[in-house]
Design a binder for this molecule. Structure first.
Ligand code: NAD
Length: 355
């Protein structure tokens, strides 16, 4: 197969869909790879490195498979051939119009967001690989912005207590945030509405925060369901005390296809100490904190810094791309057999029709 990799063009996107190491593996399997000039530069991969790995530098759009990270821009859609298979994050739930535009070209498209989260497809699970990066990065940002230490210090100049970190939502990003905050020496408390994660939270050395009155809210596919308004109120009240004690809150709570649940009301932010930091990883879906401004960082009147980062994986473009490229490689290795459960699950446009 001939596989093309365009340079990503949208704002804030520094990742690239394939890295030289993965190109080498594709070449060993007799695939051809065409990389657009400078496609990997922002992720630390030079054109020379791609050429050494066996790729050619050229126009990627004539390939049978075009691998991307971000959804295609209008210009990119216009370059899609009718028999091309496009693979990438395509935001199928958030932007159905984008799929229609791809379909109008007659192409086929697989959305990485729709790869089924079954054991066999773990190596293709780009949501997980990128969420791992986000969870890690979120804690580093919090640690940098916090005017306090994370670890406890006993020094001749006095004792510094460890930071109290609260992680809301303990999926892939949340668990990585917990692990990172623990490594830095913070005392971590975490909460999720799926009781299955209690043990995972505890195994990372964090406390599981129990909210009475909310049963297990696990829905199909292991994802969370949306809480009822009454349950949401219970949750906010129970958590507000813990929020007031926290130096840092990292929130990652998401329900697929729904706006992010508002877990931190403005009143809870008012109860936090000046200097405390909230990193809201759900900013892209509207935010878990009522005050979050997606893409912005600001300080509230009572001195709490609220950070609503967009596309954190892109800030660690080298490793985020390396992991993503392995996800793409595993998908390519499957072949594009429409009868395969994973391929069928990820296919959002087939031969010009949105499916
Ligand atoms: P996600 O990004 O959709 O959500 C993040 C977390 O927010 C989830 O843990 C969710 O339960 C939690 N959440 C939602 N509403 C909440 C609320 N009101 N309060 C607190 N927390 C709330 O989830 P994700 O990280 O992509 O993964 C979620 C599920 O997918 C998990 O069950 C995970 O085990 C499963 N998964 C399976 C595989 C696999 O088998 N291949 C791979 C990755 C993830």
């Amino acid at each position: 197969m001939r596989i093309g990799v365009p340079k990503e063009r949208v704002d804030r996107e520094r990742r690239v869909a394939l890295v030289p190491d993965v190109v080498r593996r594709l070449r060993a399997a007799e695939h051809e790879v065409v990389i657009e000039a400078a496609a990997g530069l922002t992720a630390g991969a030079t054109d020379e490195a791609y050429v050494q790995a066996g790729a050619t530098i050229g126009d990627p759009w004539g390939a049978q498979v075009v691998a991307k990270v971000a959804p295609p821009t209008a210009d990119e859609v216009a370059r899609l051939g009718g028999d091309t298979i496009l693979v990438g994050f395509l935001n199928p739930l958030g932007d159905p119009g984008g799929l229609e535009a791809i379909a109008a070209r007659g192409a086929t498209a697989l959305a990485m967001e729709k790869v089924p989260r079954i054991s066999r497809a773990q190596s293709m699970d780009a949501l997980s690989s990128q969420a791992t990066v986000s969870g890690y990065r979120a804690v580093l940002i919090a640690a940098t912005e916090l005017p306090r230490f994370f670890p406890m210090f006993m020094t001749a100049a006095g004792t510094v207590p460890p930071a109290q970190v609260l992680v809301l939502g303990a999926g892939v990003a949340g668990l990585q945030a917990i692990a990172t905050a623990r490594r830095l020496g913070a005392v971590v408390t975490a909460f999720d509405i799926r009781s299955a994660v209690k043990e995972q939270i505890q195994s990372l050395g964090a406390k599981f925060f129990e909210v009475e009155g909310i049963g297990d809210a696990e829905a199909a596919g292991g994802y969370a369901r949306e809480l009822t308004p009454e349950e949401q109120q219970l949750q906010r009240e129970a958590l507000s005390v813990q929020m007031g004690k926290s130096d840092v809150i990292v929130t990652t709570a998401l329900v697929p296809g729904r706006p992010a649940p508002k877990l931190i009301p403005a009143a809870a932010v008012e109860g936090m100490r000046a200097g405390s930091v909230i990193v809201d990883l759900a900013a892209e879906a509207g935010g878990n904190c009522e005050l979050t401004q997606p893409g912005e960082t600001f300080v509230t009147d009572n001195g709490v810094k609220i950070i609503g980062p967009l596309n954190l994986p892109s800030e660690m473009a080298e490793h985020a791309s390396a992991l993503y490229a392995r996800n793409i490689l595993s998908l390519i290795e499957l072949g594009f057999d429409p009868g395969d459960e994973v391929v069928a699950g990820a296919t959002v446009v087939r031969n010009g029709k949105v499916v």
